[in-house]
Design a protein around this ligand. Sequence first.
Ligand code: PLP
Length: 227
Amino acid sequence: MLIDDSHQDVLLQFNAVTAELIAAEKAAGRPAGSVRLVAVSKTHPAERIRPLLVNGHRLFGENRVQEAQAKWPGLRQDFPDLELHLIGPLQTNKVREALALFDVIETVDRPKLATALAAEMQKCGRRPHCLIQVNTGAEPQKAGVLPDRADLFIIDCRDRLGLPIEGLMCIPPVDEDPSKHFALLSALADRHNLPMRSMGMSSDYVVAVAAGATHVRVGTAIFGRRS
Ligand SMILES: *Cc1c(COP(=O)(O)O)cnc(C)c1O
């Protein structure tokens, strides 16, 4: 398969991030490969994503159902073993499409969505792993369940609705030290025996590795700035 040379920058930056991730695992005393890199490809066209797939990377994140629908079915045809995570807000009227398209839904953030996901999973038979998004900074403009409601929401999603909840996700406030937010998420995940902790982006993924992230979501540091 031919790779367009103009997207070499993506491969170089991907390799740099991977190297830094390995160093961060080592520095934190964690086993090599214990943190998975979700390459966040939102806004970038399929031609910029394909070189990473050809190179062997399989794990990606998108934040919009509609954009993912336009980009990923074609890529999946060529790379059926790829794994696509939804990392952006999900409207209840897009639940069916999301379940058809994504392998993990990282943004279960409210009861209405949880109920819609449970109902649609029964209908379509697909049960992608779900993460609950926690608004660790209790920011009014940000999605996610508030920390003081998280315990009950997790239990309700898992036990009453039977959702396949496997972990937690957070996006710390931009102007704060992220480590206390990562620590809060880790403690909450420990308390509920949830294995997946999705935290850390381009600016703070090294901090997230030290705090126990199992998945870091990195866009800009791999693909460059979004327009
Ligand atoms: C865009 C996005 C990312 C990636 O952010 P970068 O700073 O570009 O690495 C991670 N997580 C979520 C939820 C995002 O929307």
